[in-house]
Design a protein around this ligand. Structure first.
Ligand code: KG4
Ligand code: ZN
Length: 340
């Protein structure tokens, strides 16, 4: 078994990124992502445009992934694809493509849960990155997700907290829209936040039971606050942009870290792994690092290209399921609301 080479092709198309990746025995050989700029002018992902772009991108993206990996499709041992959760039209493109390719090559087809993949991205073999030991807590934070999961084993996971409305990335992106920043606004707010004073403006943190999150109230509070201030000073945003960004960021990080602390205390687990696009945030990273000395945490953040939506994370789940012989059959269909 140790001498056998297992090549997996991973395919991801759940939202607005078309991605393909080739993996050899747990190591990434190529990781190709085609983003979709088309959504920027709408300030959010437009599902119909996303699925059309996936249709245009999927063949060249898969070709490129194979080419970069220097692997012929005949060498592949299995095709792994994102079954859900995500946008139905987007998922259908990747699912249909994966099914027909596996059928044509006569190799196993492996279905992957996108949320599980964000977490198992920590198990990609990568120099300089440690794999978390079981059990650990995984917080997935992005434009589409906000979730805390207790991970007992590769395929034994329990969602212990999640958002009851918007995802944290949406709070960033929608606040950015009100402030006239581009889309997605997370990186820009983060950059400006580092130049501002986080204590200047106060936003109330939502009161949500247990380990769940809510971001829609905060988003509305920020909108009203800005509209109100602009009424009395039309230059309010320009004059205070860095402090506004710093205050928003401070509030959001506070919400995330409070729940993480609570989760760690309730479960007694001190190994904390984060993933998703928002894990790029400088404030989150710093606060997590501080948690190492403050609360005795060990924290894990994957390489950036494996934390935003990508197919390397789909390939690692494919690899782990391949080793177990856990395959899908050709009757499988995409599932927009797939649960962990
Ligand atoms: O994982 P991702 O690329 O796509 C999904 O949403 O699944 O995450 C994108 C989200 C966007 O909401 C973006 O604003 C946010 O991640 N983001 C950030 C930062 N970089 C990306 N949010 C805060 N700070 C950042 N540095
Ligand atoms: Zn995602």
């Amino acid at each position: 078994m140790a001498s056998q080479n297992i090549y997996i092709l991973g395919i991801e198309s759940s939202c607005d990124d078309t991605a393909a990746s080739v993996m050899l025995n747990g190591k990434i050989l190529s990781n190709v992502v085609a983003g979709q700029n088309i959504h920027a002018e709408y300030g959010g992902v437009v599902p119909e445009l996303a699925s059309r772009a996936h249709q245009q991108n999927i063949v060249p993206v898969v070709h490129q992934a194979l080419k970069k990996a220097n692997v012929d499709k005949k060498q592949l041992n299995a095709i792994a694809f994102t079954r859900g959760p995500g946008l139905m039209g987007s998922l259908l493109v990747g699912t249909s493509f994966a099914k027909s390719l596996a059928y044509g090559l006569n190799i196993p087809l492996i279905d992957v849960n996108h949320m599980q993949a964000h977490i198992l991205a920590h198990f990609i073999d990568e120099t300089g990155f440690e794999k978390p030991p079981f059990p650990f807590l995984a917080m997935t934070i992005s434009g589409g997700h906000t979730q805390i999961v207790k991970v007992n084993n590769y395929f034994d996971m329990e969602v212990i907290g999640e958002t009851i409305d918007d995802a944290v990335g949406e709070a960033y992106d929608k606040s950015g829209k009100v402030l006239g920043l581009g889309y997605p606004a997370g990186p820009e707010i983060d950059k400006r936040a580092q130049l501002g004073n986080p204590k200047v403006f106060k936003f109330t943190k939502p009161k949500v039971d247990g380990l769940n999150f809510s971001f829609s109230g905060l988003k509305t509070a920020i909108l009203y606050f800005i509209q109100n201030e602009v009424k009395s000073n039309s230059n309010f945003i320009e004059e205070h942009i860095n402090d506004i960004c710093a205050s928003i960021q401070y509030t959001i990080i506070g919400i995330l870290i409070d729940k993480l602390k609570k989760a760690s205390k309730e479960t007694g687990i001190k190994h904390i792994a984060i993933g998703g696009g928002v894990s790029a945030n400088s404030g989150i990273r710093k606060t997590l690092k501080d948690g190492e000395s403050k609360f005795g945490w060990t924290t894990y953040i994957p390489k950036f290209e494996y934390t935003t939506d990508n197919a390397a994370m789909i390939a690692i789940v494919g690899y782990l399921k391949y080793l177990e012989g856990n395959y899908a059959d050709q009757s499988i269909s995409a599932s927009a609301r797939l649960k962990l």
